[in-house]
Design a protein around this ligand. Structure first.
Ligand code: CO
Length: 217
């Protein structure tokens, strides 16, 4: 069997097992999706949203790109956020980065790969913005720090989008969270960047920055 045929074989087995366990599963999902969460994560094949969160199809709306970047002019990501918030009415947006992220590492080491360098320029901008903090002594490696910092900055960007701001102006419930995932043990960590209204953005952002850049004692 070829590598591609294996995928169809896997799919038939999965569909059969799922239908046996929950006979209404596919017919119910075909009618409607009502996920409570939007996941914005890295494209890295080792960080699959559903498996990590223990969620089934239909339970998490997913957007992934290299190094989980939320750019103010990226129509793809902005459309996902708008649809998730305004149409699906999801209650939580999770920006999840991960340690040992190839995109972050390339940006930090200034490696050249072509077109992707332009995308990773956003990460380099973040690094430059906080350069003085990186120059202080830390318990963490600079790339681990940059992985964490990137999540905090991207949560901040999510909070600046018109969809999220309009939701909060309307006093509707919506929380934005910043997490990081470890490939070493499969565990998620909260980066204390949880925001649920406009007023909290700046103070929570500053506190989250201080907490990741805590100087070596
Ligand atoms: Co990555």
């Amino acid at each position: 069997m070829s590598n591609i045929e294996i995928l169809f074989e896997n799919n038939r087995r999965w569909a059969k097992q799922t239908a046996e366990q929950r006979p209404q599963f596919f017919s119910e999902l075909a009618k409607l999706q009502s996920p409570e969460y939007l996941w914005i994560g890295c494209s890295d094949s080792r960080v699959p949203a559903n498996q990590i969160l223990g969620l089934l199809p239909g339970e998490v709306f997913v957007h992934r790109n290299i190094a989980n970047v939320v750019v103010h002019s990226d129509l793809n990501c902005l459309s996902v956020i708008q649809y998730a918030v305004e149409v699906l009415k999801i209650k939580h947006i999770i920006v999840c980065g991960h340690y040992d992220c190839g995109g972050i590492s390339c940006a930090y080491h200034n490696q050249r790969f072509g077109l992707i360098d332009n995308w990773l320029r956003h990460i380099q901008d973040i690094y430059k913005k906080h350069l003085t903090r990186f120059q202080l002594p830390h318990n963490k490696s600079p790339t681990d720090l940059l992985c964490e910092l990137n999540v905090i900055e991207q949560v901040y960007n999510v909070c600046q989008t018109t969809s999220v701001q309009d939701t909060w102006i309307k006093q509707a419930n919506l929380e934005v969270h910043g997490w990081i995932y470890s490939l070493q043990d499969g565990l998620l960590q909260d980066l204390n960047m949880n925001i649920k209204n406009l007023e909290e953005i700046e103070t929570t952002y500053q506190r989250a920055l201080e907490s990741i850049f805590k100087a070596k004692s």
